[in-house]
Design a protein around this ligand. Structure first.
Ligand SMILES: O=C(O)CCC(=O)C(=O)O
Length: 294
């Protein structure tokens, strides 16, 4: 049986997991929900010139629309993945809005108390990146297809991750790697409630285990007004991460091939984001010396 870790309201160091069910105030929630409706999330494709289609595969979209703050890691350029995948991956994006910046400062304080001295806690660690995942139902040729889940994976950015959830509760599971034919080894799981915060990090939760969103509930009646055609959003999750600042580059400093791959996305973002409109018009310039390119 998977173990369920106890609900904690105080940061806890020993096992690198922290869950706070009522982290977000009602007022902050309202502010965030209003801001979310101004965004234009993207439904990204997985492959491109930089990341060509593996033999026998077909081009596929991600399972869900996403938005990134701080830096955008486009799926088709592959994600930030030390030690080898550092360059041409983290593209400067909009800063956190004030309400998120305020919450990030609290998360950073808790994480510092939990992980100070941990081997996977970089000296310069701060939460400068946020992936916003939109979970829900896709309308496809008159059919409703539930795509509210995430397969098992690791977050490769160094240091702990902070995760805020809004909307329907979701079941996150931490699983051990498994060989073909072996059953899932679920080592911990937690329902992530509306307004909750989860922090995880360290050897056990970032390196040894994978995590996945197994399912998203439907019982709470939550819906978000998000600008994605033919998609009904019932949960939104924010994961805050750290990418060393020297690896975050402006769109104009990407290699030519990477710029070509993501220019269409940046043009779409520019329609509703002054930040990306400016990024498009900045003259192309090479990355800092020493940044090795593809
Ligand atoms: O939606 C969640 O709770 C987790 C999302 C996640 O696994 C990720 O962003 O890497």
């Amino acid at each position: 049986m998977p173990s369920r870790w106890p609900l904690r309201t105080k940061p806890s160091r020993p096992d690198g997991l922290h869950y706070d069910a009522g982290f977000l105030s009602g007022t902050d929630r309202q502010t965030i929900v209003a801001w979310l409706s101004t965004l234009q999330p993207l439904w990204e494709q997985r492959f491109s010139l930089v990341r060509p289609l593996p033999e026998g595969e077909t081009q596929r979209r991600l399972l869900r629309p996403v938005y990134w703050l701080g830096n955008w890691q486009f799926a088709c350029l592959d994600y930030y993945r030390p030690p080898n995948g550092l360059y041409d991956r983290a593209v400067q994006a909009e800063p956190f809005p004030p309400v998120l910046q305020k919450l990030v400062s609290v998360i950073e304080q808790r994480a510092r108390r939990m992980f100070q001295g941990d081997p996977d806690f970089p000296e310069k660690w701060h939460l400068n990146t946020c992936l916003i995942n939109f979970y829900g139902t896709q309308l496809e040729g008159g059919k409703r297809v539930d795509v509210a889940r995430v397969g098992e994976h690791k977050d490769f950015e160094p240091g702990p991750v902070g995760s805020i959830s809004l909307g329907e509760r979701a079941l996150i599971q931490f699983v051990t790697s498994r060989k073909p034919g072996e059953r899932d080894g679920v080592v911990a799981q937690q329902w992530l409630d509306d307004r909750s915060l989860q922090i995880f990090g360290g050897e056990q939760w970032k390196r040894r285990t994978f995590h996945r969103v197994q399912r998203v509930d439907t019982k709470g009646g939550h819906r978000f007004d998000i600008k994605v055609a033919d998609f009904e959003t019932r949960r939104v999750n924010f994961t805050f991460r750290y990418v060393p600042d020297e690896h975050v580059v402006p769109f104009a400093s990407l290699s030519e091939v990477a710029r070509k791959d993501v220019e269409g996305y940046v043009r779409t973002l520019a329609l509703s984001s002054p930040f990306f409109a400016n990024a498009l018009t900045a003259p192309a310039r090479p990355a800092a010396p020493g940044a090795s390119r593809r």
